[in-house]
Each structure stands twice: as structure tokens, then as C-alpha cells.
Ligand binder design. Structure first.
Ligand code: GUN
Length: 282
């Protein structure tokens, strides 16, 4: 019998703890401020940014939104980031990706001050994750680790398979599971015999942006399956990278979409922003 890993429940407990801490900070005259930048009008990005702002409001952060037109130049965006870097009252800076094609994501990420890089996307923060000495962890992998620990799922010695090798999810996720002594395999679009690899996995994390990519025949009995996907199926219904209805029957634990990893990502953003405040105000 499978158990659902409830991201709404776990994220609510994280946000409630942060909310209590922020209340205390506010009563001592402090404010925690996250600047959120969105360029253009990508509907998915707009939904993500709205959810991030809602979470800020819930935990008691100030959230400044910079909604810039798609015509914004790279120089204009760099100027804004430079100003936000300089402001002592801004603790975190988040620039929603993807950016329009005429803007170089890497240049923008590199411009954000490392102590305000609450996404942990910069080379500095990524490097710190590699060596296992980090302040910020990218929000989605951090959220997955939190779900695993909440449900007492020990990674030590387990066969962990990460499907997907993005900088935002796959690579840092693999590192975090390795730091917890998992035996980690990173699979990707060139991997041969994927099914053979995933069928040996105790823990499978999928982040490939493909509707119902992971099917029941790819999963071993009793596995833990974490779905990072957020897709629309042929009927416009929200679904993940896992064929939930068939895969769940083989799992010990599984995350739903929606209501699994998604809410955790936002809770971890709140956690990183609070951490940024403490780093800047020791
Ligand atoms: N686009 C998709 N996921 C993310 C994220 O976690 N942070 C930012 N900044 N952009 C994203």
C-alpha cells in the first residue's frame, strides 16, 4: 500500500515556522524583503511568481515585484540587479527564468550578489553545494530532501536515480542525495537501458518535463517516487512526469502533482530568504 507524500502539508509546516520567526523579527523592528523580477508575460512564469508573492505575504515578508516588459534589454536588467544588490533592505533577489531569448540567463544569474542569491543558481553557490558547505540550496532539490526527511525516508546506502540533469534540479538533487550517502545515478536523454537502471532504484526522482514519462514497468516494488514535473496533458490537465495512477501501486511513497514537490519549492524559497536575512544581519 503506497503513501502519499503531501507537499501541501509539509510546506505549510515549514511556512508556519517561518511565519512565527518573522513575526518575532517584525516585533523587533526588522523586515525581510524578497525582490522578485519577471520579464515578459509567460503565463507559467506569472503563475509561479504570483505563488511566490502569496507565500511571502503569508510568512510576513515584504515582496517587491519588478514586472518588466519583454522588450527590456540585458543592460536594463543588469542595472536593476545592481541597484537591488546595493540596497541593504533587500535580502533576496529572484529573477524568474526563463528570460526572453535576447537576455543571457547566465549573465543575469552571475550579477546577483551571492548572499542574495536565494535560488542558489550562481556558480559560487553551486560550487558550495558541490563541496557540501552551503548556505542556500536550490529550492526544488531542497524541497525534495525536506519531503524525504519528513517521511523518515533514509537515503543512506540507497540506490537513488535522478532522471534529468538540469542545473536547477538534476545536478544539485544528485549532489544532495550523495551528501546523504545515497548511491546516485544521473540518467538523461542519452542514457541507454533506462528501465534497467530505474528498476534497481530505491528512490527515483524525475525531472524531464515529459507527460507521464515514468511508467509502472520502470519501477521496482516498494520504491519511493518523486515527481518534479509540471506539465499539461492532452486534455489540458495538470500532470507530472510520472504515470501516477499505475506507478503508485508499486510504490512505498509517491508525490502527487499538483500538491507534491511544487509547494515545497516555494517553502524552501522562503527558508532561503530568511537565511539570507540572517547572513546579512548577523
Ligand atoms: N523557473 C523555473 N523554476 C525556477 C526557480 O526555481 N527559480 C527561478 N528563478 N526561475 C525558475
Amino acid at each position: 500500500m503506497y503513501k502519499i507524500m503531501d507537499g501541501k502539508l509539509v510546506s505549510a509546516s515549514v511556512k508556519d515556522r517561518i511565519r512565527a520567526e518573522v513575526k518575532e523579527l517584525n516585533s523587533n523592528g526588522h523586515q525581510v524583503n524578497l525582490a522578485v523580477i519577471i520579464v515578459g508575460d509567460d503565463p507559467a512564469s506569472r503563475v509561479y511568481v504570483n505563488n511566490k508573492k502569496k507565500a511571502c505575504e503569508y510568512v510576513g515578508f515584504v515582496s517587491e515585484e519588478y514586472a518588466l516588459p519583454v522588450s527590456t534589454s540585458q543592460e536594463e536588467l543588469l542595472t536593476l540587479i545592481g541597484e537591488l544588490n546595493e540596497r541593504r533592505d533587500v535580502n533576496g533577489i529572484l529573477c524568474q527564468l526563463p528570460l526572453p531569448p535576447h537576455i543571457d540567463d547566465a549573465a543575469i544569474i552571475a550579477a546577483i550578489a551571492v548572499e542574495k542569491d536565494v535560488d542558489a543558481f550562481s556558480a559560487h553557490n553551486v560550487g558550495k553545494i558541490m563541496i557540501g558547505d552551503y548556505d542556500f540550496v536550490p529550492c526544488t532539490p531542497a524541497g525534495v530532501m525536506k519531503l524525504l526527511s519528513f517521511y523518515d525516508i533514509d537515503v543512506d546506502g540507497k540506490n537513488c536515480v535522478m532522471i534529468g540533469r538540469s542545473n536547477i534540479v538534476g545536478k544539485p538533487m544528485a549532489m544532495l542525495m550523495m551528501h546523504k550517502n545515497g548511491t546516485v545515478t544521473i540518467a538523461h536523454s542519452h542514457t541507454r537501458n533506462l528501465k534497467e537502471i530505474t528498476r534497481r532504484a530505491d528512490i527515483v526522482v524525475v525531472a524531464v518535463r515529459k507527460v507521464r514519462f515514468l511508467t509502472a514497468d520502470m519501477v521496482k516494488e516498494g520504491a519511493v517516487v518523486i515527481d518534479v514535473g509540471m506539465n499539461r496533458d492532452e486534455n489540458g490537465k495538470l500532470c507530472g512526469d510520472v504515470d501516477f495512477d499505475s506507478v503508485k501501486e508499486k510504490c512505498s511513497y509517491i508525490t502527487p502533482v499538483p500538491g507534491g514537490v511544487g509547494p515545497m519549492t516555494i517553502a524552501m524559497l522562503m527558508q532561503n530568504t530568511l537565511k539570507a536575512f540572517y547572513i546579512q544581519n548577523p
